[in-house]
Design a protein around this ligand. Structure first.
Ligand code: OGA
Ligand code: NI
Length: 337
């Protein structure tokens, strides 16, 4: 794991392989903070109102934040501490702690999973592991820091519950069965703990390039350091860190299931030169063989399906082949283009 950014970032200026082509660079480093990205209070008791707020945010932004979401704040603090402690381990320890499963349900990478073939690299290390069913996967998670499993087990269980609650609200907003996501479409639950060390030149590189998440939803703990930006109306806007909120973003899968009503939002991560940023994404995604298609309840003679039916595995190969070219992906998946 000699490539991990955290292993060498203090000793070097920005290597050439991290310098993005001019059109992909962050441009203005200070973009407006999106105080128009909805912050939804899940503690409210009016379910109809909550469904409406979540639906509108998912339609317009593909992004929102949630507060009073039920995940205990001390659990969020503890999880963030062990995530930071993990990324502060030596490269050797990180390699040992992420190679316990020969089937690679837990692994670490740097930049992106395509480090070996990508044209340029991103300023990020990522620890990835499955988290459901917990009993099956927890044995392969890191044992250093010592409290990792003890803290992250309950953390993922709580955040998954929150994720399912939000998916239920989204289903109700769409007018499809509230348990539309209860089987194959949500079977694959993965945690990605991102770490973006301080960067010698944030104007030339990114932590993560412009992308849409491929799957269902991501429940993101973004800590108190700014870095996440959303592409809205042809402009980048920043997502303000709010203490103890989660950022929720809609992935491409929901765009397909909703037959284009909801938006898989494009986003990216900028780096900064002062402090490290650690975040944790909990993705709720389909299993590989699950069929991904517009919900039948939304399709009839006057509302034809805009997206082809594909297994999630086949969808992912098209997603990867299109790279971050959203037009190419739309063409590959569309029934009409
Ligand atoms: C991701 C992602 C954002 C962040 O993990 O897909 O977009 O702020 N992360 O780390
Ligand atoms: Ni993302």
């Amino acid at each position: 794991m000699e490539h991990l950014v955290s292993g060498w970032c203090n000793d070097r200026s920005l290597p050439e392989s991290y310098i993005l082509p001019p059109e992909k660079r962050p441009g203005k480093l200070t973009v407006p903070l999106a105080n128009n990205i909805p912050v939804i209070d899940l503690g409210g008791h009016d379910q109809t109102d909550l469904i409406q707020q979540i639906f509108e945010a998912s339609q317009e932004f593909g992004f929102f934040q949630v507060i009073n979401h039920g995940v205990p704040s001390n659990l969020m603090d503890e999880a963030m501490s062990v995530f930071k402690e993990f990324h502060a381990l030596s490269g050797e320890d990180k390699a040992i702690e992420t190679s316990k499963d020969p089937n690679k349900s837990c692994y670490i990478y740097t930049s992106s999973p395509n480090y070996a073939t990508e044209k340029f690299h991103f300023w990020r290390d990522g620890l990835m592991h499955h988290c459901n069913p917990l009993e099956k996967y927890i044995q392969f998670w890191p044992e250093k820091p010592p409290r990792y499993r003890e803290v992250v087990g309950p953390y993922t269980a709580e955040v998954r519950k929150l994720g399912f609650r939000i998916l239920e609200f989204i289903s109700q907003g769409l007018g499809i069965s509230p348990d539309h996501f209860s089987s194959g479409l949500s079977e694959n639950q993965t945690l990605l703990v991102n770490h973006y060390p301080p960067c010698p030149d944030p104007s030339l590189t990114l932590g993560v390039g412009k992308h849409r998440d491929p799957g269902g939803i991501n429940i993101l703990l973004q800590s108190d350091v700014y870095g996440l930006q959303v592409f809205k109306d042809e402009e980048w806007v920043g997502v303000e860190p709010i203490p103890y909120a989660f950022v929720v973003n809609i992935g491409y899968l929901l765009q397909i299931i909703s037959n284009g009503k909801l938006k898989g939002a494009e986003h990216r991560v900028v780096t900064n030169s002062n402090v490290a940023r650690t975040t944790a994404s909990l993705f709720i995604n389909p299993s590989s063989e699950t069929l991904v298609e517009p919900a039948k309840a939304l399709i009839d003679a006057s509302n034809p399906a805009f997206y082809k039916s594909l297994t999630y595995k086949d969808f992912l190969s098209k997603y990867i082949a299109a790279s971050s070219d959203s037009k190419a992906l739309e063409e590959a998946l569309s029934t009409t283009l």
